[in-house]
Design a protein. Structure first.
Length: 95
């Protein structure tokens, strides 16, 4: 069965020794997590605030300004004269 081949490959991988380069990686990661990171500069923080304000403004304006008219939506109603062009009515042929 195909699943057995995958299981066998995973078992072989689990029994294989870890690569030599990974032997001290945990200690290196813990050491890097313990180091202090430099604080953001005021310029960077101000730029982030301006970008957030711009994105918020664009979202509000984009939601407030209508892009189309309500008439276009009404013309798509299935109960109007345009319904005679629906695929189900076109397939029926001439009566």
């Amino acid at each position: 069965m195909h699943g057995d081949a995958v299981d066998d490959a995973l078992d072989r991988l689990a029994r294989a020794p870890a690569p030599v380069g990974l032997s001290g990686i945990e200690a290196e990661i813990i050491e890097r997590l313990g180091t202090e990171r430099p604080l953001r500069s005021r310029d960077s923080l101000g730029l982030s605030a301006v970008a957030a304000l711009f994105a918020l403004t664009m979202g509000v304006l984009g939601g407030a300004v209508p892009l189309g008219s309500d008439e276009a939506q009404a013309a798509l109603s299935p109960l109007t004269d345009g319904a005679r062009l629906a695929p189900s009515t076109l397939l029926m042929g001439q009566r």
